[in-house]
Design a protein. Structure first.
Lengths: 155, 155
DNA sequence: GATGAAATCGCTCCCGT
DNA sequence: ACGGGAGCGATTTCATC
């Protein structure tokens, strides 16, 4: 992961459809050398995949909400975690520091769907003790583009 | 946005490198008809772009944190919002319901970088009144793959 | 590991239905 | 609006440095 790999990784995040000719200019290498770099980034697991970035509003999930969850102490949370992983409306599920056990990020069609998720999916989980939710009124920024740290030779 | 578009959109989210031949099998159409569908999804803004999905740990930002921010009442928040949008470590910035004004999602290298962001970037903002932060101890799920609602002819 | 050329694969365009 | 085929640009591979 040298400076060249870093530039390639940054470029691929911003435009995955760039093409090797474009990437070669960014990296300063030849086309085939650039292709080799990209392939190795995939093999090392730096690049996990290639995805189309969709507009939430256009695919019927304009409402963004967060839900804090407290689980009953001593209870096994495996069932809860599996249930959250399976739900397509649960975009994120993190165990967090502070007063709550988990923080969920949800995308749903409307308030009705949001409430239905909480009542049926969360209250239905036996391990769930208490929940608190909040809605995004406006989104200033929402990206999956990661900051790529400069040239630390760690893998 | 019929059922065919929906299937294409779902496939493109899961594997954006699929290729039209693969997509044609999913959609049940010919290659050229599928290409036309994809093009129109881009034109309508359903597909916003194509991106490589990177592993946060491999690019030097393994630490995930959330920060709640309260702004001083009556203050203009434009400067704050612009500052957050510019920061590459701020992945998300939402105005939210409840006791806080904004919720930020951050990706940084380590605790030192996390603290530095809060002290220098947030405390440095004149509009910022109060903040509260929490860290992700473990991530059960973190995806940008959206649920695509079935066949609502809206656009 | 990088380069440049050759072969192969997949996309794009066009026309017929 | 869909399907098929020709043309072309792209990627991938290979020999060489």
């Amino acid at each position: 992961m040298d400076e060249i790999d870093r530039n390639i990784a940054i470029a691929l995040q911003q435009d995955g459809s760039a093409g090797l000719a474009e990437l070669a200019k960014v990296s300063g290498l030849s086309v085939s050398a650039t292709a080799e770099r990209v392939k190795r980034l995939e093999e090392r697991g730096v690049v996990r995949g290639w995805r189309a970035d969709l507009d939430p509003a256009h695919v019927g999930c304009p409402l963004l909400g967060f839900v804090f969850v407290n689980l009953r102490p001593g209870r096994d949370d495996a069932a809860f975690r599996r249930a959250m992983s399976r739900h397509e409306h649960v975009l994120e599920c993190h165990r967090v520091t502070g007063g709550w056990t988990f923080l969920l990020k949800l995308r749903v069609a409307d308030l009705r769907a949001f409430e239905m998720f909480m009542e049926e999916e969360l209250r239905g989980q036996p391990a769930v003790e208490r929940i608190e939710s909040l809605l995004a009124i406006a989104t200033e920024k929402e990206t999956a583009i990661l900051p790529v740290a400069p040239a630390t030779d760690e893998e």
